[in-house]
Every structure is written in structure tokens, then in C-alpha cells.
Write a protein that binds this ligand. Sequence first.
Ligand SMILES: Cc1ncc(COP(=O)(O)O)c(C=O)c1O
Length: 419
Amino acid sequence: MKDIFEKIKTNLGPIGEHAKESHGYFTFPKLSGDINPHMDFRGKKLLNWSLNNYLGLANHPEVRQADIDGASRFGLAAPMGARMMSGNTDYHEELEKGLSKLVQKEDTILCNFGYQAMVSAIDAIVDRHDVIVYDAESHACILDGVRLHMGKRYVFKHNDIADFEKQMDRATKLANETGGAILVITEGVFGMRGDQGKLKEIVALKKKYNFRLFVDDAHGIGTMGPNGGGTGEAQGCQDGVDIYFGTFAKSFALIGGFISSTKEVITYLRYNMRSQIFAKSLPLPLVIGLLKRLELLNKHPEYRTKLWDIANALQKGLVEAGFNIGDTNTMVTPVYMNGSIPEATNMVIDLRENFGIFCSMVVYPVIPKGMIILRLIPTAVHTMEDVKYTIESFSKIKDKLYGGHYQADKIREGFAQKL
Ligand SMILES: Cc1ncc(COP(=O)(O)O)c(C=O)c1O
């Protein structure tokens, strides 16, 4: 019989297979210093466009102080146990109330991790008679939640409403046969392309089909809508979003997540979401820190305005400089270029080492062969100077890419020896 570890020796997986050349630089890079647009990487200060610190709260002095105060008052352990058993506090409930108000829902449940929250909520809501209909470019946490589902699922082409209807016809037929119901799952803001889910169109189709809508708005909470209440608020259809998910890992600059809905649905989730019933509750210092972040998010709409000013200037400048930023209609800014993987790695090395700019690179197999995406994440703490410098630098690397400069293997090879 084989050893279960045998395959691990020969197959590190689609990303892991490049670990030898990428670890510590392209994957698992170590950024240090306070979280802001200028951080240290391998001994140099770089202009950083890779963190989802959208509102700039991560290093806000009041946030830093609240984090310190929470930890010194309560320690990191409290409360012990799951919410249901021994881990509930007034602070947890106060935060849930505040979040419900922000996203215009009756009730909210806090979750220890955003990813786990999505997986576990999907698992709790559907049974084997039910049918899930979901967007093809959904985040991994939705896909994992769908994988747990014992019943049927239909996937619709990304943001394609005609295909959505086609899948809904199939799902409706099946649910009528099984006696189950339909759960539709999509995202508010797609984090890779930056386009919004077509929530308004999907909600409008409730007139034609019978379903409930679950929206993962990890990127939209705090950034979208006049009050930062998310993509449903921005599109004027939050009432039609039956279950709303937000993470604390982006605008809130912490960890954890939450799900909001009617009192009835949240009560059901409190007693049926396995990842919360059988896991320790969010530590109090995190909850105290989150209350401060929520207070700042509500009190300072200008942080959101600043984020959008930076995002709009960056996107306008890139388009004027001839870049393709695809169909983003949010702050997430992907820059699409064409080239091989070696060219992409050479270009990113040049960008980091010679231009002092740090951003994420996406290549095959995440996107089609021959395509390169450099993804820029604007925040409220970037400056117009950062924007100007980045557009100038990007224009220079684009000329070098299309002039064949990055084809030379020696850049990468010479550099690999230094890693
Ligand atoms: C769309 C989306 N959903 C869910 C998550 C998971 O959230 P968390 O990081 O809080 O676990 C992320 C985070 O990357 C995300 O982008």
C-alpha cells in the first residue's frame, strides 16, 4: 500500500509547484513596519498597493489605542468557550447591533473567520433537497460551502444574467421535483476583477423566480454605498439581499466576519452554524477593537470619499496612459497586460527592486495563459503623489515589457541566486 505522503513529494499543487523560485518573494513575502502605503520589504521602503486596508484604519491612532486598551483590560483569552456555552458578552452583542444598523438588517451573528463563516452558513442553510445557484467566479469560500452541499448545484457564467435565468429555470424545475428551495449566492464586489455583482438585476428577478439571495460582500463593506453599508446599499437593493456577509479582514483591518439577515434567520444560524457552535468565540480585545473601527467608519465618511478620490484618480490616469483596467467599477484596480510568466516575474522584480513599488501579480493558471494582471488596491491613506508616481512607473515598465526587455532570462536567473 502507498504512503499517504507519497504524492506530496511529487506534487506540491498548482501554486506550490513554483515554491522553489517564488517563496519569500512572490509568495510569502515579508512586509514589515506599520501598516501604511510605505512598508519595508527586504530592507527597502516600497510603495505598497497590495493591502485591503481600504479606509486606512489599520494604523489609525484611535484604533491602535483601542486595540491596546482592549488587550490590557481583558487579556487575549477572554471570553473562554463558544458563544452558546460560555463565550457571550455584552460587547459581542453591542457590536452585532451596530453592524445590523450599518447593513440595514434586523440581526447579525459574529464569526471568527470570514472564510469559515461563508462555508458554514451555506452548510447550515441548505439541505439535500435544496438547490444552489452561484456565480462561476465566486471566491473559494463560496466554492467550499457549495462543495459541502449534498444536493444539486448550478453555476451561472460570471455576471451573465441570461445564463443566470437559464440556470434558474433548471433549478426551479429540480426544486419542484425534490420539494426543496433555491439559494442564490454571489458577491458584491469581485476581488480580482473589481466588477460588482449584478445584485439589482438578480433581486429584480425575484418577481419571476422563487429564491433567496446570499451576498458575500467582503470587499464592499465599508467601501460601497453612501454609508459604507455595502454593495446592496450602493445599488439601492439591500432589502432584496436576504443574507449579507461582510469580513473584518479588509475595511475593518482586523480578523473575523459577520452575517446579517432577519431575526429569524440569524437565530437559526446561532443555533445551527457548526463553525460557531463548536468553536471559541471572538476574543474581547478584537470585539473592542471592532467597536472602535465601526465608530470611526460611521463617524468619518470622508475616509471613504478619500478612498474613492484615490481610486478614481488612479483608474483615470491608468486609462489615459493607455492601460487596460478591464471592467472594474469599484476601487479594486486590475491592470491587464500580455506576456509570458517569465516576463511577468522579470517585470515584477524590476517594479519592486528599481521602481520601489509592491503590488500583487496574477498569472496562469489563475487567469488564461499569456495574460498578466498587476492588481492595485487603493486606500484612503495613499496620496495623489503615490498615484502619479505609480502611473509614471507603470508606463515605463509597460514600454519595457512590449519592447522585449523582460524576455531576458538572466534577470530572473541572476536574481534567483540572491533570494
Ligand atoms: C470575496 C471574499 N470572501 C471571503 C473572504 C474571506 O474572508 P476572511 O479573510 O475574513 O476569512 C475573502 C477574503 O479574502 C474574500 O475576498
